[in-house]
Design a protein around this ligand. Structure first.
Ligand code: CUA
Length: 398
């Protein structure tokens, strides 16, 4: 063989088939090895769906890993094998295509993409299918917080509570199928299929629970859904995955998967009872028997998360640590002196109904306007507002 000309056509002729087979096996097993790293780069699996999603991911990572090794291997091989000899300044031989190669590099990706598409569709269909006995939770995204809503109807009253004990307006709401309980956390229990039905009050957001492997956009004017079945007790992070404004990075929440009765002998029904007694019943009792005292009621309303204040403000008493808006720990002390001629109560009322009216120095006009009319976005009834103001006025630094 004449080595003085570098002809690509003759390049492969010197390679033993044993080397080709060895390289092929190295690429395939190398891809599988890369795919096996998947669990190391993902959070622990917390939902039944995460097993299927991770298997699909590992499969794609193995294929991608093999292609990576093939391309990089060819690159390194070519750099060494076809390097210019000292003093050789000639061009390489011109190449006018290779039908066999082009056929191979078209048909192989076509097969890979077809297999991935079929596999992905089957995982999608399985993870998105409606499960029997689902717990339905409403999720509302609003800059910059998540609120979760649970329907309380007459069949789900806490034990010992009867309809006769309720005030007429609350009783009517329960009987009409809809007293909505709100929480800043999504509460559920192990092995309970959850269907989350999502709406946004303002711009698009994205609901992402990395541990459950679910992510779904919230679209203005539409209701979107996501489903998962928790398999491990714990508290899991919820993250907003759609850039929605300056507080996007703070738009976090959590899923609390009740695990008090988790064990090898776990019975779903017992876990549901634990969920009811620990989370649902106290929330239901608070909503069914609202405190008379407006300060107590205001505190209860804010603590429920029905308004998304927690993500932007600090209130130590409620465990809020938002960093976007003014700290409210001392708002009861300074509200009276903020604007000349406005009482503390009026100042707070205007600041909630028209947040842009009196901005605290150093803060931008980011807060949503809370409106007084039903049907308007961010509806806050006057009753709620009065109670919230009564509570805020008690927040004073000593
Ligand atoms: Cu909501 Cu980002």
């Amino acid at each position: 063989m004449n080595l003085s000309t570098r002809s690509p056509g003759s390049a492969g002729s010197g390679i033993s088939p044993i080397w080709v087979v060895a390289a092929g096996l190295a690429i395939i097993f190398g891809g599988l090895l890369i795919g096996s790293f998947a669990p190391a780069i993902l959070p622990p699996q917390a939902s039944a769906e995460s097993r299927q999603i991770d298997a699909l991911f590992r499969f794609m990572l193995a294929i991608g890993g093999s292609i990576f090794l093939l391309v990089q291997g060819m690159l390194v091989y070519s750099v060494i094998r076809f390097r210019a000899k000292p003093g050789d300044a000639s061009d390489g031989a011109p190449i006018h295509g290779n039908t066999t190669l082009e056929f191979v590099w078209t048909i192989i990706p076509a097969i890979i993409v077809t297999v991935l598409a079929l596999y992905s569709v089957s995982v999608w269909n399985s993870t998105h299918s409606i499960k029997p006995n689902e717990q339905t939770v409403g999720a509302v995204g609003a800059r910059y917080a998540w609120t979760f809503n649970y329907q309380l109807d007459a069949r789900a009253l806490p034990s010992g509570v009867t309809l006769d004990q309720l005030e007429p307006n609350i009783r009517a709401a329960v009987e009409n199928g809809g007293l909505t309980l709100s929480s800043t956390q999504l509460h559920t229990w192990v092995n309970q299929p959850v269907a989350v039905s999502m709406n946004t009050q303002d711009v698009n957001h994205a609901f992402w629970i990395p541990g459950m492997r679910v992510k779904q956009d919230l679209l203005a004017g539409r209701t979107t859904e996501i489903r998962f079945t928790p398999i491990e007790a714990g508290v899991y992070r919820i993250v907003c995955a759609e850039l929605c404004g300056s507080g996007h990075g703070n738009m976090a929440g959590s899923v609390d998967v009740n695990g008090n009765l988790v064990g090898a002998w776990l019975i779903v029904h017992e876990s549901e009872d634990a969920f009811r007694s620990e989370f649902f019943d106290p929330l239901a009792r608070a909503a069914l028997f609202p405190p008379e005292d407006p300060v107590e009621r205001g505190r209860q309303i804010l603590a429920s998360g029905v308004y998304p204040c927690a993500s932007c403000h600090v209130v130590d008493d409620l465990g809020w640590n938002g960093a976007v808006g003014p700290n409210l720990n001392n708002v009861g002390s300074r509200a009276a002196t903020r604007v000349a001629g406005e009482s503390a109560e009026e100042y707070l009322r205007i600041s909630i109904r028209m947040p842009g009216a009196y901005l605290v120095p150093g803060y931008n006009n980011l807060m949503p306007q809370f409106n007084a009319e039903p049907g308007q976005p961010n509806y806050m009834p006057d009753d709620d507002l009065d109670a919230i103001i009564a509570y805020l006025l008690t927040l004073k630094t000593s």
